[in-house]
Design a protein around this ligand. Structure first.
Ligand code: PLP
Length: 605
């Protein structure tokens, strides 16, 4: 920080804390216990002091605090003219009771939130429900008072997501340590915003982003936002399963070489690993290709936040050399929906630029329920020595793995079903890794497709899948799974199998030619030729045309059945016959009417 260090008049504060008004100052506290002094830094952004956690812990027991202010010209005068700097005594909130923010806490953000929620304050801040008192009663009854009481804004004690130096900074640092990152950013808009920010931080307008065709739609919005141009890599298609898997290091190498040969600049490579189906790419080999070419590697690890915590799971992307890994902590670990983490390692991507980009794609009112759930999920994974792959046999992940193994064995034994694993995946390359907690079933032995299976499972058997598709259905086993869930899943398929195979009573087996057709039409269409950049197409003047007239024209929007959220046509692409017939097929079979308007496409003019 620029500026002279000057001694400010000592501010005295009462043992229970006080309001400290100064700006960018360092502090030294006499603990009053004969243990000497402690020191730290206070950053103040608003009229209220933003107090870091360590300061509070001292403040609770100290006799006095001396503040040494680094005077910073204008900032000082502002404060002086407001006459505030010496006004305060003690409001390091909380007058005792419970573990304070400052206690050497394992879950700093969650504990700070709990302390704030426990305050009996006359609050005049947002949100308007005012800690539940003004909440809609039906909502209150349904989700409980606790959710509202803890739905607090960026109070000084709760730090600030975009320039953290208190409990958020501490929680993020703990996460970085656990996940093996140099820095971790908490995300309140899912991995979606992490991927957007990662691309924005690495690709300038006109740079190429190398990415697989089967990447999540957030990669497309990232290109619209950043102005990056796509260079698609065709992922390894599994004809047996009708599913796209990972990318080969060779395909990435070829793509980088082609872009460079044409005089383009590669801003970054973005790889999805694991896929929705749990299939991993060889991230270590892809990272080497990228780094040899001076290109950062972003891994969309939305489905792999748990990888680091068990030796029976594939290695995490960061462990294999990725520069950025974006993880949906909420998908398999225990945080709340929408909460994710972005981990960064090494110097290829600037943490500062990443922070700035994240600020553009996240709310300025981040939910502390989401943020603290990330802190708690991190703490949960730190328990019991799980970190460092030394967890005990009773860990939740161990249990989940046992359940998943059990389910796989029992499902494999059911006639007319097969389970995706190393033996059934049709891969021309050796399979670098498969998440054993993701169970995908091949349903072609049944006379009904995945969407019908999904309906029957849900309505008749009370079993809810993660991802139905035409010929497959995918289930996610996670920390919260239990034995009863597995029994219900297996029992349901025992019943379905006897009902919907040729030997069953209700159903007839689908004729082989229909099965072939189903199989072929479910393969994701190959990339169509690019007509415009995603950004130009997205912002161009458009007209709506009937689907029947759309082939050969440039699409201005994202056409994307969700789940799995893998776009079929992206902005800027020429619409192909293949893409239309694929979409017709899934609209007919799936329940997608709400997800996109299939009757009309908006076309760039
Ligand atoms: C592969 C992949 N990446 C990214 C995302 C986006 O994650 P989030 O829902 O946390 O924004 C998803 C969501 O399903 C996904 O499947």
């Amino acid at each position: 920080m620029a500026g002279l260090s000057l001694l400010q008049q000592p501010l005295r504060c009462a043992p229970s804390g006080g309001r400290l008004l100064a700006r960018d100052c360092e502090w030294r506290a006499d603990t009053g216990t004969g243990n000497g002094t402690a020191s730290g830094k206070v950053r103040i952004e608003s009229r209220r002091a933003r107090v870091c956690r360590r300061e509070f812990s001292v403040a609770r027991s100290c006799a006095s605090i001396e503040v040494q202010e680094r005077r910073n010209g204008a900032g000082d005068r502002e404060l002086s003219s407001a006459g505030e700097e010496n006004s305060g005594v003690a409001d390091f909130y909380g007058s005792g009771g419970g573990r304070g923010v400052g206690a050497d806490s394992d879950i700093p953000l969650l504990e700070a939130l709990a302390n704030c929620a426990a305050q009996d304050a006359a609050s005049f801040h947002f949100p308007g429900h005012r800690r539940g008192r003004g909440a809609p009663s039906r909502m209150l009854e349904t989700v409980g008072h606790g959710a509202f009481a803890h739905d607090l804004p960026e109070l000084p004690e709760l730090d600030n997501l975009f320039s953290p130096d208190g409990v958020i900074a501490e929680a993020q640092a703990k996460a970085a340590e656990l996940f093996g990152a140099d820095a971790t950013f908490f995300l309140v808009n899912g991995s979606t915003c992490g991927i957007q920010a990662s691309v924005m931080a690495t690709c300038r307008p006109g740079d190429f982003l190398i990415l697989p065709r089967n990447c999540h739609l957030s990669a497309t919005s990232a290109m619209v936002l950043s102005g990056a141009l796509p260079k698609y890599v065709v992922p390894l298609y599994d004809r047996r399963w009708g599913i796209a898997h990972g990318v080969s290091p060779l395909s990435i190498h070829t793509a980088i070489t082609e872009v460079k040969a044409q005089g383009g600049r590669v801003g970054a490579v973005l790889v999805v690993s694991p896929t929705y189906f749990g299939v991993c790419s060889s991230i270590d080999a892809v990272a080497k290709v990228c780094h040899d070419n001076g290109v950062p590697l972003i891994v969309d690890e939305a489905h792999g936040a748990h990888f680091r915590f068990h030796e029976d799971l594939p290695e995490s992307a960061l462990e294999q050399g990725a520069d950025i890994a974006v993880q949906s902590t909420h998908k398999v670990l225990g945080s709340l929906t929408q909460s994710s983490m972005l981990h960064v390692r090494g110097a290829r991507v600037s943490q500062e630029v990443l922070g700035r980009c994240l600020q553009m794609v996240q709310s300025t009112s981040p939910s502390y329920l989401l943020l603290s759930s990330l802190d708690a999920a991190r703490a949960q994974m730190s328990e019991g020595g799980q970190f460092g792959r030394t967890r005990g046999s009773d860990s939740r992940l161990d249990r989940a793995l046992v359940y998943a193994r059990n389910a796989r064995e029992r499902l494999k034994a059911i006639p007319s079903l097969s389970v995706m694993d190393e033996d059934t995946i049709d891969s021309s390359e050796s399979l670098p890794g498969l998440d054993p907690l993701r169970i995908t079933l091949d349903l072609r032995g049944l006379s009904i497709d995945g969407y019908e299976v999904d309906d029957i499972l849900r309505l008749e058997f009370g079993v809810i899948a993660e991802l139905p598709a035409l010929q497959t259905i995918t289930f996610a086993v996670s920390l919260g799974s239990c034995e009863r869930d597995i029994d219900m899943l297996v029992d349901a398929f025992v019943a379905l199998s006897s009902r919907y195979t040729s030997s069953g009573t209700d159903g007839a087996t689908m004729p082989p030619q229909d099965q072939d057709q189903l199989f072929n039409s479910s393969i994701l269409p190959l990339p169509s030729a690019r007509g415009l950049s995603p950004r130009n197409a997205f912002f161009s003047k458009t007209v709506k045309v009937d689907v029947a007239d759309s082939v050969g024209k440039i699409c201005a929007e994202l056409v994307c059945p969700y789940p799995p959220g893998i776009p079929v046509i992206r902005p800027g692409e020429v619409i192909s016959e293949d893409a239309i017939s694929y979409l017709r097929r899934i609209v007919k079979n799936g329940d997608y009417d709400q997800c996109f308007d299939f009757n009309f496409f908006r076309l760039g003019q």
